[in-house]
Design a protein around this ligand. Structure first.
Ligand SMILES: Cc1cc2nc3c(=O)[nH]c(=O)nc-3n(C[C@H](O)[C@H](O)[C@H](O)COP(=O)(O)OP(=O)(O)OC[C@H]3O[C@@H](n4cnc5c(N)ncnc54)[C@H](O)[C@@H]3O)c2cc1C
Length: 297
């Protein structure tokens, strides 16, 4: 089979995933490609991905994103880890930090030195040898380059999509507004060949990237890739999200608090706190569910 040269890339969906994909492809390969992104204002986005992990920093380095500019644009704050509260037992909290604990050497990992020291009477907790953990507990944060703390970000996901959109468009990505009503496949190989909008416009491409969110328009609906149902292990099937005004300085970690029928998140941004409740609908009656202006999923 001869390899087909990719020239025209079509990204379907303009949520966080779509604009991150568009910014990445446009910035890294934009000179050689014709890139477009289709999104529909009629459908909207999820827009609640506020907590991230350190790998996002690697992507930003690759895209040469200025951290100050990014933090200002997305109302961002720094996080050193995630505080899991009441998970093991009520009142028992644990911070999963992004740092390393102690220093390994060629002969053995740090845990062995710590165990030996403990046997000899050293009372220090294992976590005391992790800078990120101690900083998180003390509500402290600082950026030291190049070998400073390991961290990630909290951010406003809708602002992040806008920030990435700017980068994508600066590097040649074209945004197309419209609802896709039909997806066409090539009868020879089954690959996606084009999408058609409600306006009748037909958009062809060599490579389609499906960022249509829960709809899974290309992968699920058209190619029938399906998914494995994990609800047996992950029973939470509903969520609500609501924002509150900040009343104190942001803390440098995400809070994840176990509740009777699920868990709650609290994510501090510069001027607001993102709150949410992820729950198992089987264990919470309609009357018990929070009723306010929360966005439901
Ligand atoms: C309650 C909740 C909390 C979350 N918290 C976090 C978090 O803290 N951190 C994190 O990393 N992630 C989090 N996530 C996950 C993250 O928010 C989502 O994975 C992410 O926002 C999904 O983005 P997306 O771009 O894939 O999809 P979406 O935001 O759903 O965007 C889909 C896009 O596809 C377009 N589209 C769909 N169908 C069509 C069509 N027919 N024609 C044209 N366009 C179409 C829409 O217009 C839209 O632009 C959370 C998710 C939920 C539900």
């Amino acid at each position: 089979m001869s390899a087909q040269k990719v020239r025209k890339v079509v990204i379907v969906g303009g949520g966080t995933a779509g604009w991150v994909a568009a910014a990445s492809v446009a910035k890294l390969l934009g000179k050689n490609l014709d890139i477009s992104l289709i999104e529909s204002d009629e459908i909207g986005t999820v827009g609640v991905g506020e907590a991230t992990i350190p790998t996002l920093i690697t992507l930003h380095q690759l895209l040469k994103i200025d951290e100050r500019e990014f933090m200002a644009a997305v109302q961002g704050t720094f996080k050193l880890g995630i505080s899991f509260e009441n998970w093991r037992d009520v009142g028992k909290d644990y911070i999963h930090s992004f740092g390393f604990t102690g220093k390994d050497c060629w002969a053995a990992g740090f845990v062995h030195f710590w165990l030996k020291a403990r046997a000899q009477g050293n009372k220090a907790d294992f976590g005391e040898y992790c800078t990120e953990l101690m900083a998180a507990k003390a509500n402290k944060f600082a950026v030291f380059k190049p070998d400073g703390l390991n961290y990630a970000y909290h951010m406003d996901a809708s602002l992040y999509a806008k920030f990435m959109r700017k980068i994508a468009e600066q590097h040649g990505c074209k945004r197309i507004e419209g609802k896709i009503v039909e997806v066409g496949t090539n009868s020879d190989n089954g690959y996606i060949s084009h999408v058609q909008l409600a306006s009748g416009q037909k958009i062809e491409g060599d490579l389609f990237i499906d960022c249509s969110g829960f709809r899974s328009l290309l992968l699920g609906e058209t190619l029938g890739t399906g998914f494995e149902d994990w609800s047996k292990w992950l029973p939470c099937d509903s969520a609500i999200a609501v924002q509150t005004r900040s009343v104190s300085e942001p803390i440098p970690y995400t809070r994840s608090i176990a509740r009777d029928a699920g868990w709650q998140w609290r994510i501090p941004l510069q001027s607001r706190v993102g709150n949410g409740f992820v729950f198992c609908s089987k264990y919470l009656s309609d009357e018990q569910r929070p009723r306010n202006t929360a966005k439901q999923y």
